[in-house]
Design a protein around this ligand. Structure first.
Ligand SMILES: [Zn+2]
Length: 122
C-alpha cells in the first residue's frame, strides 16, 4: 500500500498533494511524474502543435495532390460555395461596420488613457 500523500512534480518542482497527480499504473509510484496542471499546459501546447502540424500537412497534401482537391471540389461544390458565401458575409459585415468598430476602439483607448491620467494624478 502506498502511503505517500505528497509528491514533487518533475516539471514545476513543486511539492503537491498526490490528488494533484493523475494515476499511472505502469509507473513505480502509481502516479504520473508531472502534476495535473503541468500536464494540462503540456496537453494544450501539444494540441496546438498538433493542429499546426495537421494544417501544414493539409497544405502540403494539397500541393502534392491537386487532383484530389479538384475531385473533392467537384463533389462538394455546393457546400464549398455556400461556405464561401457565409465567409463573404462576415467580411461584408466588417466593411459595413468598419467605422463603428474603429470608433469603438478609439473610444475604448481614450477611456483607458483617462483612467491612467486619474491614477497618475492620485
Ligand atoms: Zn507541475
Amino acid at each position: 500500500m502506498n502511503t505517500t500523500t505528497t509528491k514533487i512534480c518533475t516539471k514545476c518542482d513543486l511539492m503537491k498533494e498526490i490528488t494533484q497527480y493523475d494515476k499511472q499504473k505502469s509507473s513505480k509510484s502509481g502516479f504520473k511524474t508531472q502534476c495535473k496542471s503541468c500536464l494540462k499546459i503540456y496537453t494544450k501546447k501539444y494540441n496546438l502543435d498538433k493542429k499546426k502540424q495537421i494544417k501544414e500537412y493539409q497544405i502540403n497534401y494539397r500541393k502534392k495532390n491537386p487532383e484530389y482537391y479538384i475531385e473533392y471540389y467537384k463533389i462538394h461544390k455546393e457546400e464549398i460555395k455556400k461556405r464561401h458565401k457565409e465567409k463573404g458575409y462576415a467580411r461584408n459585415y466588417y466593411i459595413q461596420n468598419r467605422e463603428k468598430l474603429i470608433k469603438y476602439q478609439k473610444d475604448f483607448r481614450e477611456r483607458e488613457n483617462k483612467k491612467k491620467e486619474i491614477i497618475e494624478e492620485i
